[in-house]
Design a protein around this ligand. Structure first.
Ligand code: HEC
Length: 198
């Protein structure tokens, strides 16, 4: 009786073990698929952010230089319309790009909340192009890079902005806080938000 029972019991128990193993395997695969993606290393995030920023920076500089050649009025208009457009154009495939400053002209250019501490850190000893990488939830990454003031920026961001230019800026940006800078000061940052690695 005992032997018979054992004999009849065995195959179902084996099937159960096999099924349990299969279930466990499915569980492990499902968990692996749902678990957070492997995060970026700082070097990977910086490389991706910098390659995204490169064409944005080139295009910004080109727009500003050619607009300034036509006169500061044109340049203010170019900065006002083209700078946000260029940031939108550079933001694709889940990547977001922008310029930000604590002393800003356009209220839309506030520092993203994830970047606050990194920007404060960069501001302690600002060097042009210096960057910080910030880990974000879900395997995403943030990147910020210092923008410093050069001589040509003083026309519109300096301590002595010519009255007609100041008037033009004030008309467009009534809450402008982006004047009074000196060459070498930290003007703000370029920032990039990267989606999680595929
Ligand atoms: C002809 C005037 C002009 C010159 C020259 C100029 N800017 Fe600006 N800048 C502007 C205007 C206008 C805005 C607001 C653009 C917007 O609406 O996004 C701006 C915005 C910015 C911002 C975004 C943060 C904010 O304050 O809204 C940064 C950063 C910035 N400028 C840096 C620079 C730097 C660096 C230079 C020199 C390489 C420079 N600018 C030269 C007019 C100028």
């Amino acid at each position: 009786m005992f032997q018979a029972e054992t004999f009849h019991d065995s195959p179902p128990r084996r099937r159960t073990r096999g099924a349990t193993r299969r279930l466990a395997l499915v569980g492990v695969i499902a968990l692996a698929a749902c678990s957070p993606k492997r995060p970026f290393t700082d070097a990977e995030a910086a490389a991706r952010a910098q390659s995204t920023l490169a064409p944005f920076k080139t295009e910004l500089a080109r727009t500003l230089a050619s607009a300034l050649a036509r006169g500061p009025d044109d340049a203010i208009d170019a900065c006002a319309t083209r700078a946000p457009e260029l940031a939108r154009e550079a933001s694709k495939d889940g990547v977001r790009v922008g310029r930000a400053s604590d002393r800003r002209r356009n209220p839309d250019n506030a520092v993203p909340s994830w970047a606050g501490a990194a920007v404060a850190d960069l501001a302690r000893a600002p060097r042009d192009g210096e960057h910080r990488v910030v880990g974000l939830p879900g395997g995403r990454a943030g990147y910020v890079e210092t923008i410093t003031v050069k001589a040509m920026c003083l026309t519109c961001h300096g301590e002595a902005v010519a009255p007609p230019i100041a008037a033009r800026i004030a008309a467009r940006y009534p809450n402008d806080a982006a004047t009074g800078f000196r060459e070498g000061d930290m003007r703000g940052v370029f920032w990039v938000e990267l989606p999680a690695k595929p």
